[in-house]
Design a protein around this ligand. Structure first.
Ligand code: GLU
Length: 600
């Protein structure tokens, strides 16, 4: 049932030279950075050349996909610290070649026990806090899950200890890496927030400015934190001195005596405690599954809405023969299916959604009812109403309510495959680029602002909102690490950052590859648009040039420079791996394979 293997001229880019492994000297040589690689023996794709090189080195030395994914993720905590790190959380999806099963780890941050449904309402005004006001505070910080995700992944499926796996990342933090435009730009964009905190400005605003592109950046505190974890285990974080420092930072934000620049809001502390940290648990939910044109698509269940929303949209799209349509008509159906799936996601999906509701949302009968709303000759007025996933489907549903707030692009994603056929798709984040802006003093990592992924106030009118805060609850995510099997064997693995656009980008890449005849690198590079049941669809300029004029009436667009920063691997029928990363977005990513395939 697998779509025809497509590797075309794009793949001739496979000029990757062997990665040199982990930089060891004071001024490390930059590892190679190519968006496409084809070969065998394992593959890694991430946004960052150093992280990809570290993951590849683990594979070369006999580690498996889980070992390599954790090593690469720990390195991203150093080189992409504004998107990911042990101050945050994420979702880890793993295909186990021995059993043929897909497993997941939910390492999402959880709300401390102090949190209530009204925690994001300003008691003085009775109004919800503004996003940045909540973000740069202790209120937004969820109990981090990333470190326990790494430990659990290694314990269950890895072959190396966490201590071994953290070594290369600690070395990168100590020896340094070269600052690129993206890194410097992310600091510049956060300068006002970072400048309020002594710890953050000392690390990221040396001399009051972001480090220059081309300079070497070192983070000795983070190197030391990784080494402490390596010797003392994750308890030093969840029950020990690192955890105490996390709690102290949330309770007493490290305000600078002389801030760099000004910040328009008061910086509020909050009440996370050591008990919150000690009580943190990862979860191991069953993946979501939806069958699409004979393929099995596995994704992340709640608290992520990724698996259900991508799955529901695919189920809706399966009712249409996208292949026989013009590309523009296919895009029309993609946008409409996204809007319908988002209406349901917003109404029904949160951390506590019952399994039977999730099951209905992913049922083919429900998708049929939703699909019948799509009109090929006009766009539906937005927002569209959520449906009623009650098991009784006999007509088309109607009504309103939108949530299109979340369109930021932080977070990071990586894809790894090993020579045994195991696959990891892992999306990790600290939420906004730069998290809550506070580096934990002396520890070298930023805290997340993941709790701003809760709805601050009800968004569903008189219906219950599934994503209001509550003690211990996890905020709804859109992260959508996805593994697709064909005849029970890996065919594709993809994921991306991008807030709520993650769902639409993963969906778009899947239909690009499966239905629209693109290669995986083309499916990643193609212009993107994101319709999330809002009045206007966000679209990259190239999407507008290509499709805007041909689409049926009723679509409205707001241009946005870029959406997402994806990675993926395709498992070709002849056994080779095709690893792909962004050619351009977010400065381009790095794909690599253990054994390079040379074209003859
Ligand atoms: N916090 C977002 C989520 O979980 C991800 C943030 C991003 O990718 O920008 O959906």
């Amino acid at each position: 049932m697998r779509p025809p293997a497509l590797i075309t001229a794009t793949v001739a880019l496979a000029t990757l030279v062997a990665a040199t492994g982990v930089p060891a000297q004071a001024k490390p040589a930059e590892p190679p950075k190519e968006p496409v690689a084809v070969g065998y023996g394992g593959a890694v794709s991430s946004v960052d050349a150093t992280a990809t090189a570290v993951g590849l080195d683990v594979l070369r030395r006999g580690g498996n996909a889980v070992d390599a994914a954790v090593a690469a993720a720990a390195t991203l905590g150093v080189t992409e610290p504004f998107s990911a790190g042990i101050g945050g959380g994420g979702f880890f999806v793993y295909y186990d070649a021995k059993t043929g099963r897909v497993h997941t780890i939910d390492g999402r941050e959880s709300a401390p026990v102090w949190m209530t449904e009204t925690s994001f309402i300003n008691p003085t005004t009775g109004q919800p806090y503004r996003f940045d006001e909540a973000r740069i505070s202790g209120l937004s910080v969820g109990v981090p899950g990333t470190l326990l995700t790494w430990q659990d992944a290694l314990d269950r499926w890895g072959t190396r200890s966490l201590a071994q796996i953290l070594k290369p990342a600690a070395r990168v933090a100590e020896d340094g890496f070269t600052v690129d435009e993206t890194f410097a730009g992310q600091i510049a964009a956060n300068q006002a927030a970072f400048g309020q905190f002594s710890s953050t400005s000392a690390l990221y605003l040396p001399g009051g400015q972001p480090p220059a592109a081309g300079s070497t950046f070192r983070n000795p505190d983070l190197a030391e934190t990784y080494r402490l974890i390596a010797t003392q285990g994750t308890d030093v974080f969840y029950r020990g001195e690192v955890g105490s420092d996390v709690v102290a930072t949330v309770q007493h934000p490290p305000l600078a005596a002389q801030p760099i620049g000004s910040w328009p809001y008061p910086i509020r502390p909050a009440g996370m405690t050591s008990d919150d940290l000690a009580g943190y648990r990862t979860r191991f939910p069953e993946p979501t599954r939806s069958d699409y044109r004979g393929l099995e698509v596995y994704g992340m269940s709640t608290p992520s809405s990724g698996g259900t929303a991508v799955g529901e949209a695919l189920n809706i799209l399966e009712r249409f023969d996208l292949r026989s349509m013009t590309a523009t008509q296919a895009m029309h159906h993609y946008l409409e299916a996204s809007a319908l799936a988002f209406a349901d996601r917003n109404r029904y999906v949160g951390d506590h959604t019952p399994q039977n509701v999730l099951g209905e949302l992913l049922s083919d009968a429900y998708a049929r009812e939703r699909a019948c709303l799509i009109d090929p000759s006009a766009a539906l007025p937005k927002p569209v109403a959520p449906g009623v996933p009650d098991g009784a489907y006999d007509g088309c549903s109607v009504a309103t309510v939108a949530d299109t707030r979340d369109d930021r692009k932080s977070t990071t994603n990586l894809t790894v495959a090993d020579r045994w056929g195991n696959v990891v798709e892992y999306t990790l984040t600290i939420e906004a680029t730069g998290g809550n802006g506070m580096v934990v003093p002396g520890r070298g990592f930023l805290l997340n602002n993941e709790l701003t992924d809760f709805n601050f106030a009800s968004t569903q009118g008189t219906a219950p909102d599934p994503n209001l805060p509550a003690p211990g609850k996890r905020p709804r995510s859109s992260m959508s690490p996805t593994i697709v099997l064909a005849d029970g064997r890996p065919f594709l693995a993809v994921g991306t950052p991008g807030g709520a656009t993650i769902i639409t980008t993963v969906l778009q890449m899947l239909i690009n590859r499966i239905d629209l005849g693109m290669t995986l690198p083309e499916a990643l590079a193609a212009p993107r648009a994101s319709q999330r049941n809002g009045g206007s669809t966000q679209a990259e300029p190239a999407f507008l040039t290509e499709y805007a004029n041909g689409l049926p009436p009723g679509h409205a667009f707001s241009p946005t420079a870029e959406i997402g920063a994806a990675t993926g691997i395709e498992f070709l029928e002849d056994g080779r791996l095709l690893a792909a990363a962004e050619p351009v977005r977010r400065g381009g990513g790095a794909a690599a394979v253990v054994g390079l395939w040379a074209r003859h």
